[in-house]
Design a protein around this ligand. Structure first.
Ligand SMILES: O=C(O)COP(=O)(O)O
Ligand SMILES: [Mg+2]
Length: 220
């Protein structure tokens, strides 16, 4: 277990790392766009917009459709509609990536503290984890709106490290995007990336993570 030597706490990203949530995100984005008489964007485009939370996702979708930045009122209203649509079916088409259950179970078995730090709104975490049988693995979960700052800010990572009294050099951030790797480095965590998620169309290796694995099955 080369990636886990000396590690006492692991913080996992959610979208694109543990679950392929893009199909449900794209359905909700497209439903919102169609309701506002804008063309549907489709999974490929939406996948390039995921990573900085739902507000940024909808800002990027409206920017793309309008050809200019939406004003605040329009953005707020569209974001509300997106949240309503996403809440209707946040995991109907979402799938857990191979190796995830095995890795999470093995970490718990070893006594490693297992946490989740996503930029997705907190309200969706429990329903999604429960419907995919992932809820029981986590000692703590944080959403993008749980604290004043989200990834790539190190604040949520430092929060979990302090909460459990674990020094950052004994913590590992595992994610699919530059926001996870940047937050991990800023927090003083070790970093590990997976190449199969969403990183605005760029290989996550360009963020120079400490290590990479093709599948989380290789983590343990
Ligand atoms: O909600 C997002 O934009 C991304 O969520 P993540 O941090 O779990 O990848
Ligand atoms: Mg992610």
């Amino acid at each position: 277990m080369p990636h886990l030597a000396g590690i006492r706490l692991v913080a996992f990203d959610l979208d694109g790392t543990l679950i392929d949530s893009l199909p449900d995100l794209a359905v909700a984005v497209d439903a919102m766009l169609l309701e506002l008489d804008m063309p549907a964007a489709g999974e490929a485009k939406v996948g390039g917009w995921v990573g900085n939370g739902s507000h940024k996702l909808i800002e990027r979708a409206l920017h793309d459709a309008l050809g200019e930045m939406p004003d605040d009122a329009r953005l707020t209203a569209a974001h509300e509609r997106f949240l309503d649509y996403y809440a209707e079916a946040p995991s109907a088409r979402t799938r857990v990536y191979p190796g995830v259950h095995e890795a999470l179970a093995a970490l718990r078995e070893r006594g490693v503290i297992v946490t989740l730090i996503t930029n997705k709104p907190q309200a969706f975490i429990a329903p999604i984890l429960e419907s995919l049988a992932l809820a029981g693995y986590f000692d703590l979960t944080l959403g993008g709106d749980s604290l004043p700052r989200k990834k790539p800010d190190p604040a949520p990572l430092l929060h979990v490290a302090e909460h459990f009294g674990v020094a950052p050099q004994h913590c590992l951030m595992v994610g699919d995007s530059r926001h996870d790797i940047d937050a991990g480095k800023r927090a003083g965590f070790h970093t590990l990336a997976v190449p199969y998620g969403y990183n605005h169309g760029e290989p996550v290796s360009t963020s120079r993570p400490g290590a990479m694995v093709e599948s989380l099955a290789q983590l343990v």
